[in-house]
Design a protein around this ligand. Structure first.
Ligand code: UD1
Ligand code: PEP
Length: 443
């Protein structure tokens, strides 16, 4: 079993460059299925297990997909006749596979995808995606572990109010509406930067979408879309993770490409904790204080504090003076990392949907297991300031969403390595043998 071994006590210093955002590239690649003409060229694609998985999904649907990991570019041509069924083996690995539903349904009037089911952070239903398709005239059938959507002719534009601003539902409905007949209005839409990136991509493909990034998105359907060129936005969650890495070690790290406007809620909490966040040409510099001060955090849809930064901020609060409370409102079960932190001597307890953190915890290195993607990062961050060696296992989660995090932290001065069961230094599986195969483990 592979592990990441971190030895605490090193201040980080230097520059790190962000990758393209995982949560932007997955819907953009799925959206490429709508183009019945031409090729799309997607740039700044992060070399991640999830990207290999979605590429396999797209190939399985008969799209031509080439990923050049050296130039971080995907060329995708979906102009051939596509299949309209995505099997369980892909959805099991990555829930974002359900994002092919909207594009296929809009283009072919049919899509069948395995139901994603729950995962470590919550039950994660897709009812809002399906209600949106139904409002546009689709018949939905759920059975035998699959969801099947059908429509005779084109989808019809509709007014759709989302009970909650779901990121995936907004994306799926926006993609479907791009080819629907007439006007669709999505109210209470998600406002994440990744929604804006997807809308920009679709508009370059010939769609007519306004209002992405606000709570009301208006889409006038067009008859067809074509391939285009697009550059993925920088990963704001990777940015936040390196911000915490600098802050927790009292470091001084310049994060190239970090965009303040995507990170306002995270920056505001870091500043409350005495961390300096300085605008510099092309990015943000993060300077950790002598002593962190605790704060309270509640996760919310954008522009509120992102749930994908909750566990990393928990690491930081463990090292802050005073009592802090983190409340998770987006996912019902995203505190699995708390037990792992306790193994590291953290003074922390769960009360309902909140976690109470009594600082300052004198963290001790321990063997800990990543319970989800961001928990993996959070345990590494805690390891940076723990006494002795922290060994993080279950790295399949980490590999879904962080490119070269070990090498990047090492370059900033951390004592960190990834080893196999014999203690030999290794690269993540997807960088070596698994590349374009199905060997990447399920979430
Ligand atoms: C690939 C991707 O972009 N993943 C992100 C996306 O996930 P994802 O798109 O799955 O997250 P959603 O915004 O849809 O989910 C938010 C909440 O809404 C609920 N819900 C969602 C859809 C639905 O039909 N019914 C329903 O009840 C979910 O269970 C969850 O409690 O946004 C999340 C919230 O910012 C992030 O944590 C994920 O990293
Ligand atoms: C929860 C996450 O991703 P996904 O929706 O792909 O599981 C995440 O990026 O933290």
């Amino acid at each position: 079993m592979e592990k990441i071994i971190v030895s605490g006590g090193h201040q980080l210093d230097g520059t790190v460059r962000l990758e393209g955002a995982k949560n932007a590239v997955l819907p953009v690649l799925a959206a490429s299925l709508i183009a019945s003409e031409g090729e799309s060229v997607i740039k700044e694609v992060p070399v991640l297990a999830d990207v290999y998985t979605i590429n396999e999904v797209l190939r399985n649907l008969n799209a031509d997909v080439e990923f050049d990991s050296a130039t971080k570019t995907v060329n995708i041509n979906a102009s051939k006749q596509l299949e309209t069924e995505a099997p369980f083996e892909y959805v099991r690995k990555m829930r974002a596979s359900v994002l092919v539903l909207g594009p296929l349904l809009a283009r072919y009037g049919h899509a069948k995808v395995a139901m994603p089911g729950g995962c470590a952070i919550g039950s994660r239903p897709i009812d809002l995606h399906l209600k949106g398709f139904e409002a546009m005239g689709a018949d939905i059938h759920v059975g035998n572990g699959y969801v099947e959507a059908k429509v005779d002719g084109r989808l019809q534009g509709a007014k759709i109010y989302l009970d909650m601003p779901s990121v995936g539902a907004t994306e799926n409905i926006m993609m479907a509406a791009a080819l629907a007949e007439g006007k669709t209005v999505i109210e209470n839409a998600a406002k994440e930067p990744e929604i804006v990136d997807l809308a920009n991509y679709l508009n370059k493909m010939g769609a007519n979408i306004v209002g992405a990034g606000t709570e009301t998105i208006r889409i006038i359907g067009v008859e067809k879309l074509h391939g285009t060129e697009h550059m993925i936005i920088p990963d704001r969650i990777e940015a936040g993770t390196f911000m915490v890495a600098s802050a927790i070690t009292g470091g001084n790290v310049f994060i190239e490409n970090a965009m303040r406007e995507h990170l306002r809620s995270v920056i505001s909490k870091l500043e409350e904790m005495n961390v300096d966040v300085i605008d510099e040409n092309g990015g943000l510099r993060i300077i950790g204080p002598e002593q962190l001060k605790s704060t309270d955090i509640k996760t919310l849809p954008h522009p509120g504090f992102p749930t994908d930064m909750q566990s990393q901020m928990m690491s930081l609060m463990l090292r802050a003076e005073g009592t802090g409370v983190i409340t998770e409102t987006v996912f019902e079960n995203r505190f699995m990392h708390v037990e792992e932190f306790r193994r590291m001597n953290a003074n922390i307890k769960i009360e309902g949907r909140s976690v109470i953190i009594e600082g300052i915890s004198e963290l001790q290195g321990a063997e800990v297991a990543a319970t989800d993607l961001r928990a993996a990062a959070a345990l590494i961050l805690a390891g940076l300031v723990s006494d002795g060696y922290t060994r993080v296992t279950e790295l399949k989660h980490l590999d879904r969403g962080y490119v070269d995090i070990v090498d990047k932290l090492a370059a900033l001065g951390a004592d960190i390595k990834r080893v196999d069961e014999n203690g030999v230094i290794v690269q993540p599986l997807y960088v070596t043998t698994a590349k374009e195969s199905n060997e990447i483990a399920a979430d």
